[in-house]
Design a protein around this ligand. Structure first.
Ligand SMILES: [Zn+2]
Length: 287
């Protein structure tokens, strides 16, 4: 589908009937359910459904209005529809709508929790032309909350070719491993956060830290910023409150790695794709 999204704040008027309507009850999205897919309702589709208590204009997708809306905590889904956790909808709704749902849930949550000023408790009003709320009494302006987090793929040269560090967090399933990651602290650069998290979690130092890409991660409001880095020194020493296990792996011996939805997986896939040709899997005919 055409995925040209033009963000906007000030609504063009009342929501139109064919607008995409991202309704959340808590953090679950209203969808029309099918066997192996889900369909996002329009404003008219959802019209018989739960009454939205607040709604926000997001912009337009391929010329079509997009709105987020908040359903009451006890709202029931209309027949044939259900409220579903967002993450489980990956691959079930078209990619542009899935990405917009991640934007929508954060706007709904921010709007719900900023009806009153965090400074003096007076009611807030929406600021025209900006995604912001201002207190009429003390003037405090609040913007949607974003928490930057870094994630890093660490590589090391070994006899059998390059390998990467994978870590299993406390509470992860037995075979499930990911990458070193953590939230950026106040006053810290992204590169400093990468170095600090790596020392804290696994006791290693890094060199050649390079930006890879980023990804909104609306669970609940992180922005993941991905890096690659090379191992510089140190022996694995695990921060036991967070990390259950860590080790160096070549693709032939990968444990269960993160699903395609995540930037962790994009980092790992890029590493695998960039290995020297001699280490790439050979087609059966060449063996
Ligand atoms: Zn105030």
């Amino acid at each position: 589908m055409d995925s040209t999204f033009v963000p906007a704040v000030d609504p063009p008027g009342e929501p139109s009937g064919d607008a995409w309507w991202f309704v959340f009850r808590d953090r679950d999205l209203l969808v029309r359910e099918a066997t192996d897919s889900a369909e996002l309702p329009t404003r008219a589709d959802a019209g018989t459904g739960p009454v939205a208590v607040r709604w926000q204009y997001l912009g337009s997708l391929a010329g079509r209005e997009c709105w987020s809306a908040e359903a009451a905590a006890d709202a029931e889904a209309p027949a044939g529809m259900g409220f579903r956790p967002l993450r489980g909808l990956y691959g079930q709704v078209p990619e542009p709508l899935f990405a917009l749902a991640g934007r929508a849930v954060q706007i709904v949550e921010w709007d719900r929790t900023h009806q009153f000023c965090g400074g003096c408790g007076a009611p807030t009003v929406a600021v025209e032309g900006e995604r912001a709320k201002r207190c009429l009494r003390c003037g405090l302006t609040s913007y949607p909350r974003l928490s930057p987090a870094v994630i890093v793929l660490i590589r090391r040269e070994a006899a059998e070719g390059p390998e990467i560090l994978l870590v299993r967090g406390q509470g992860f399933p037995e075979r499930f491993y990911g990458l070193v990651a953590g939230f950026v602290e106040p006053g810290e650069s992204l590169e400093e956060a990468v170095r600090r998290e790596t020392v804290e979690e696994v006791g290693l130092t890094l060199t050649d830290i390079r930006y890879f890409g980023s990804q909104p991660w609306p669970y609940p409001h992180a922005l993941m910023i991905g890096f690659t880095a090379a191992y510089a020194g140190g022996d694995l020493r695990l921060e036991e409150r967070e990390v259950a296990d860590a080790g160096w792996f070549t693709p032939e011996h990968f444990p269960q790695i993160p699903p395609p939805l995540s930037i962790a997986r994009r980092l790992i896939d890029a590493f695998v794709a960039e290995r020297p040709p001699s280490l790439q899997p050979q087609p059966p005919s060449a063996r």
